[in-house]
Every structure is written in structure tokens, then in C-alpha cells.
Ligand binder design. Structure first.
Ligand SMILES: [Zn+2]
Length: 318
């Protein structure tokens, strides 16, 4: 027993050296065990788990708030958009390989009938059919389903498949998220976006805010206001006479001009000068292929443009 205790302590302090626990609530660390079960549900293709459930895990929540802080967007920003633009899966997916290697190690000890104490502990828990063993073995078996019963689970394969399955859940969920309407127009694959290579001064934060609808344009502020039912709240006040439109907005054939991302970037005359000064090819991409504006070759000019527009829309109070 003392050997096991010694090993556990060594592992604990080893982990402590690697992770900065300073800013993590202690309860989050204590609850970490719950995570395996949720991830198993996500990875097991017969079950469907929502991204929100995954994001609710305390460690993932902490990870997401670090990413949001790095990107300079508010806490309410969509988690799916954050994962997607950073090209980072939840932490738990990133550790599938390590967990698999650990699991294989335990199975190997068991098979070799090793005298190690940990092997006895493992065998006992396996025989008792404990929850964690069930969940983990079912998950890993579903990820590496074609292996022979005698073979160990292929850790790299599990890692890749776990990532693929996460991305497919991500793809389908984000398409149904109404808040990500603009994001879905411009985002294709799950990968790190070129704008994140820019500095804040270079406009990276501004680009992120527009992409993920983490801004204060009327489409967002009007949506959640007290009068959210009234779509006049979402109209561009530069292009519409709001008082008149409030009376007319519900009439048929009235096509109100909503201040959404496309209107902001492409058509609103408030930014006419900035648009005229925009360099090619971004100038033509803005009209014909808004998605391509976020490509690596042109992102610098796009970021400069978006930053300028946001500054015009929300001038700094002196
Ligand atoms: Zn306008």
C-alpha cells in the first residue's frame, strides 16, 4: 500500500509541476474525473452529446476562457467559434492518446500477471466492472473497432478518430447556431485562422470580433435587448430613420436594412471613405468573395480595414 501511495504522490507532484493551478478553482480540479464519462459519450458514435455539455466541464471552461481572453473577445462568444478559429479541440480530446497509452499499460501489466500493486488494483476494479473502466474500454473499443481482441488499442488511431468525431459534431452543431450565421458563411475547415498570426495592433482582435459576432453592431445588441421582438432595434441607424421604421417595419414589402456584418463590411455608406481606400484584391473580394478576405495573403489588409470601420462605428470617447 505504501508503494502505491508513493507512486500516486510522485504522479501528483509531477502533474502539479506541469499545470499552473493558480487560476483554476480547486473544485474544477477535483471534478476532473467526471470528464471521462462525458467524453466517452461524445466519442461513442451511437450517442450524441452537445458541445455545450462538453464546454460545461470546469477544466474545459477554464481552457475556453483562456482562449477567449487571448483572442480579446467577451465571455459570451460562441465556444464552437472559438474552438474552430483556434483550431483547438477541447483538452479532453487532446489527451486521448495519453489516456490510451496509460490504459494499454495497465492491460499489459494485467496480461503479464505483473506483481505490481497497481496491476492488482486495476484487476480488482476491472472485475468489479467499475464505471470508469466500462466507460473507458467502451470508448476505446469504439474508436479502434476493427482490432483483434488480443491486440492493444492503437493510441494514435484513437487520437485521430476522437479528433475527427469531435470535428464532425462541431460541423453539424455550428450550422444550426443562429448566432453563427456570418461565421458559417466564412468558415470552412476546423483549423487555426491566419488572422491570429496578427497582433492586436494589427487588427486581430477586431477581425475575431466580426467573424464570431462578438461585437456591438445592432444585429447583436438588438437581438438580446428588452424589445428583442421588435426588429427595428436591429436596423442600421445610419441608413434608416429609426422612428419611421419602427412604425413601418411590420408592414409587408418593407425591407428594413439590418446592421449585420455583411452590411457593415460591404454596403453601409457610413464607411464609404474606408471602402474607397481599400487596396486590391481585398476591395474586389469584399464584393464577390467575402470568405476569401480572411485568407493568409490578404488578411493584413482586411484586418486594417475592419479595425478602421470599427473605430468609425465606435469612436473612442475622449
Ligand atoms: Zn448602414
Amino acid at each position: 500500500m505504501s508503494l502505491l501511495r508513493q507512486k500516486a504522490l510522485r504522479a501528483y507532484f509531477g502533474l502539479k509541476r506541469e499545470v499552473d493551478f493558480y487560476n483554476i478553482p480547486k473544485t474544477a480540479v477535483l471534478k476532473q474525473g467526471l470528464n471521462v464519462k462525458e467524453i466517452a459519450l461524445l466519442l461513442n458514435r451511437d450517442n450524441h452529446v452537445h458541445l455545450s455539455k462538453l464546454a460545461a466541464d470546469p477544466i474545459e471552461r477554464f481552457h475556453l476562457s483562456v482562449l477567449k481572453w487571448t483572442l480579446g473577445v467577451n465571455k459570451g462568444t460562441s465556444n464552437a467559434a472559438i474552438w474552430g478559429d483556434c483550431g483547438r479541440t477541447p483538452l479532453v480530446i487532446r489527451y486521448v492518446k495519453q489516456v490510451t497509452v496509460f490504459f494499454n499499460g495497465l492491460c499489459r501489466l494485467d496480461r503479464e500477471e505483473s506483481p505490481a500493486l497497481v496491476r492488482h488494483a486495476f484487476a480488482k476494479q476491472k472485475n468489479l466492472n467499475l464505471d470508469w473502466f466500462n466507460v473507458l474500454s467502451t470508448t476505446l473499443n469504439s474508436l479502434d473497432e476493427n482490432r483483434h481482441e488480443q491486440q492493444f488499442v492503437n493510441a494514435t488511431l484513437c487520437q485521430n478518430r476522437a479528433k475527427d468525431r469531435f470535428i464532425s459534431v462541431w460541423q453539424s452543431e455550428r450550422q444550426h447556431n443562429r448566432k453563427l450565421r456570418f461565421y458559417n458563411e466564412i468558415k470552412d475547415t476546423f483549423e487555426l485562422e491566419p488572422y491570429l498570426a496578427l497582433t492586436t495592433k494589427g487588427g486581430s482582435t477586431c477581425v475575431g470580433k466580426i467573424r464570431m459576432s462578438a461585437h456591438k453592431l445592432k444585429i447583436e445588441t438588438g437581438r438580446y435587448g428588452n424589445r428583442s421582438e421588435n426588429s427595428a432595434d436591429r436596423l442600421c441607424d445610419f441608413c434608416c430613420d429609426i422612428a419611421t421604421m419602427e412604425l413601418m417595419v411590420h408592414l409587408p414589402d418593407v425591407d428594413p436594412i439590418v446592421e449585420d456584418e455583411t452590411h457593415f463590411l460591404r454596403t453601409c455608406p457610413r464607411y464609404h471613405t474606408s471602402r474607397t481606400n481599400l487596396q486590391d484584391p481585398v476591395k474586389s473580394l469584399l464584393m464577390y468573395d467575402i470568405k476569401a478576405m480572411f485568407g493568409p495573403e490578404v488578411i493584413q489588409e482586411t484586418a486594417r480595414y475592419i479595425k478602421e470601420l470599427l473605430r468609425t462605428r465606435f469612436p473612442r470617447k475622449t
